[in-house]
Design a protein around this ligand. Structure first.
Ligand SMILES: Cc1cc2nc3c(=O)[nH]c(=O)nc-3n(C[C@H](O)[C@H](O)[C@H](O)COP(=O)(O)O)c2cc1C
Length: 397
């Protein structure tokens, strides 16, 4: 059956992939509470459509981190894509090129950046902070030489979250998949042991958990590429990032794969945008599953989103599958823009939105207070209203 929404690709991927691979992709950390709340929080956002604005042919094109993009979407960095398809990152890069969107290549890519850049897509290179500072410098140089247009530093993996599915499966990389940028190919990540995630073992051996703002200043001095910090949720960290001159931040909880208990990314977004106040771009990931989610993220203040797991769902069918995922997402976004009377991206940011009441189990809990402490307060006990523009106070009662 032809997929008609991104969720249809998920069903297909779950059927086709070996269980340990599926669990590695689909899983979150701990009880997967944060992972689930990413979706619940998106679902709770309601947008107030505008009418009579003649938006027959919406155009979702814009710029992301200095480069043109046919929609406000980039492919999120995701490790080891040859787990899903033999072409791995090459297939994703070809699909990103066709879709006219940037692709963030993971440091833990299973294909080297030089080969991926030969595809001709707009690439960003994602860095984890390694204990080996010399290797960090070398990777920055390779990314620059390969023509990458930005560096994304992921700041929410001091150590890997406890991903129980991987631990239970004793997940380890199969022989045909390795980290192409690391001299030993992340050897430790391939050593299977019962009830242990080999990928987590590799991370604990090679990532530097002492990463601080000072290290980022070190990186800023060594590259002219735009810097994107990925994994920010607190508005104070966002303000700090803007102050130190980063070009963009990604509001993200790593798709619920790191701290299980973290706020949903879309819930953290309004306060982050307020703190940044336009000083850098604000992107968002974690839970984006369709064009309406892209529109919601922009309505709440984001400049764009990163698409994560749905890309890997498409990748089970190689380049063609990812192309279909990205083109369906664009089609959905254009449809959503038409429905709400928006002809371009700035007009989406002008829409008003409501948050539906929190789920019943959160009633009377401090959670609800905490959630809104840095964001607009609910106007009634059960719902809240907000608009990202000062002129957006019409359209609600
Ligand atoms: C299989 C997989 C591998 C990932 N690898 C990385 C990575 O190497 N670097 C990184 O910054 N984020 C990585 N992420 C996180 C994504 O960039 C993104 O933040 C997350 O997938 C967003 O959540 P969503 O997929 O639920 O929308 C990975 C995510 C998945 C699912």
């Amino acid at each position: 059956m032809t997929p008609v929404c991104l969720g249809d690709f998920e069903v297909r991927a779950r059927t086709l992939l070996p269980k340990p691979t599926w669990d590695f992709i689909a899983g979150g950390s701990g009880a997967e509470l944060t992972m689930r709340s990413n979706r619940a929080a998106f679902d709770a956002v309601r947008v107030v459509p505008r009418v009579l604005r003649g938006a027959a042919l919406p155009d979702p094109a814009g710029r992301l981190c200095g480069t043109p993009a046919k929609m406000p979407v980039a492919v999120a960095p995701m490790a080891y894509q040859r787990l899903v398809h033999p072409d791995g990152e090459l297939a994703v890069a070809r699909a990103a090129r066709e879709a006219g969107v940037p692709m963030a290549v993971a440091m833990l890519s299973s294909v080297p950046i030089e080969q991926i850049s030969a595809v001709g897509a707009t690439l960003w290179f994602q860095l984890y902070w390694l204990r080996d500072r010399g290797l960090m410098e070398e990777l920055v140089g390779r990314a620059e030489a390969a023509g990458c247009r930005a560096l994304t530093v992921t700041v929410d993996v001091m150590r890997m979250g406890r991903r129980l599915r991987d631990i239970r499966n004793g997940f380890a990389l199969p022989p045909h998949v390795a980290a192409a940028h690391l001299a030993d190919g992340a050897a430790a990540a391939s050593v299977h042991a019962d009830e242990r995630s080999a990928v987590a073992v590799h991370v604990s051996l090679t990532f530097d958990p002492t990463l601080s703002w000072r290290d980022l200043a070190w990186l800023r001095e060594r590259t002219r590429l735009p810097l994107i910090l990925k994994g920010i949720l607190d508005h104070r960290d966002a303000a700090m990032a803007a102050e130190m001159g980063v070009d963009a931040i990604v509001v993200s909880n790593h798709g619920g794969r790191q701290f299980d208990g973290a706020v949903a990314a879309i819930d953290a977004l309004p306060a982050v945008c307020a703190a940044v106040a336009g000083r850098c771009e604000v992107l968002l990931d974690s839970g984006v599953r369709g064009g309406i989610d892209v529109l919601k993220a922009l309505t709440l203040g984001a400049d764009g989103v990163l698409l994560g797991r749905p890309v890997l769902w498409g990748l089970v069918d190689g380049e063609d599958g990812v192309t279909r995922v990205l083109s369906l997402l664009r089609e959905e976004l254009i449809d959503a823009m038409t429905q709400v009377g928006c002809h371009d991206l700035p007009s989406i940011r002008d829409l008003a939105h409501w948050r539906q009441e929190a789920p019943a189990e959160h009633d009377n809990e401090s959670y609800a207070d905490g959630l809104w402490s840095t964001a607009p307060r609910p106007t009634t006990a059960s719902r809240s209203f907000s608009s990202t523009s000062s002129s957006g106070s019409d359209g609600h009662s």
